[in-house]
Design a protein around this ligand. Structure first.
Ligand SMILES: [Zn+2]
Ligand SMILES: [Zn+2]
Length: 285
């Protein structure tokens, strides 16, 4: 708060405030305390978000959902009971199985394999990460995309042995329909994608995939309704032909949107699609 007060202190002239802003550390995107220049988050908020990331220890190799013993739900237990398991698959707990390569897969991915190869999430969707997403999306504070991008970069570097640029040729943000873009004024997925692309040196195709239908909000729909809602929702240019794509999103909930975008890109000739998101909701989230 001290830093925020100093920056806007009225008796200071405008040019002096500009100089002050360059000398003082940036303000945390979440709490206005002095922040780290790279992540634009203060030490406290960064520690809490990293703790959310650390908690995501065992997750489905495909969709990135956490596979925690404590979060097994009735729905998932039933899903796995009904699911014919591939040869050599070993049931580990109520909600996940281990295939013969030792990789963990959730019941949903065994039953309905996604079109994308993997979903990499920087953080769990927690009250704090939700606050960051909402401050960007609803509050229009574009600077919030910086910490999200930094945390995505850390996550993908760790997943691709520090060389994501050797596995991905093109980044494509999940598109917004033009009507929503006009209302909001920006696409949050594109805002997060820009600094990620710049830092990793991967080309970004902001218009390669377009949302053709203004589908109703996905938030209150269940898995099947979301899937139905998104059929034919996306159209893709041939620019993606032969490319290995990373699809960028702020939050992944059921993977219905990510999957529909991936299908559209693969239909247009993309070789593979991975999902990079800031936050992934837990199984019962
Ligand atoms: Zn903070
Ligand atoms: Zn899964």
């Amino acid at each position: 708060m001290v830093y925020k007060g100093l920056r806007s202190f009225r008796p200071f002239s405008a040019p002096f405030r500009v100089v002050l802003n360059t000398l003082l550390p940036p303000l945390c995107s979440l709490c206005d305390q002095a922040a780290n220049h790279r992540t634009q988050l203060c030490h406290h908020c960064l520690t809490l978000i990293n703790a959310d990331h650390q908690r995501r220890r065992s997750s489905c190799l495909l969709c990135g959902v956490e596979l925690d013993h404590q979060v097994a739900t009735t729905t998932c237990s039933e899903a796995i009971e009904d699911t014919p398991l591939p040869p050599h698959a070993k049931k580990q707990t109520a909600n996940f199985v281990s295939l013969n390569d030792g990789a963990l897969h959730c019941a949903t991915c065994i039953r309905y394999p996604p079109a994308f190869d993997r979903c990499i999430a920087a953080s769990r969707y927690s009250p704090l990460s939700a606050k960051l997403v909402n401050t960007l999306k609803q509050g229009g504070k574009l600077a919030c995309s910086v910490p999200m991008a930094e945390l995505i970069i850390d996550a993908v570097r760790s997943r691709y042995s520090n060389q994501p640029e050797r596995h991905i040729d093109l980044m494509v943000p999940v598109p917004l329909h033009i009507n929503r873009l006009k209302i909001r004024g920006f696409n949050q997925a594109a805002e997060i994608a820009k600094p990620v692309a710049r830092q990793l040196g991967i080309p970004l195709a902001l218009t390669a995939c377009a949302r053709q239908t203004d589908t109703p909000s996905q938030q209150r729909l269940n898995f099947s309704a979301r899937k139905l809602n998104l059929q034919q929702a996306f159209g893709t240019t041939t620019r993606v032909n032969g490319r290995r794509i990373a699809i960028i999103d702020d939050v992944v909930t059921t993977c219905a949107t990510s999957n529909a975008v991936a299908k559209s890109l693969l239909d247009a000739g993309a070789v593979s699609c991975d999902i990079w998101c800031f936050a992934r909701t837990p199984l019962n989230g």
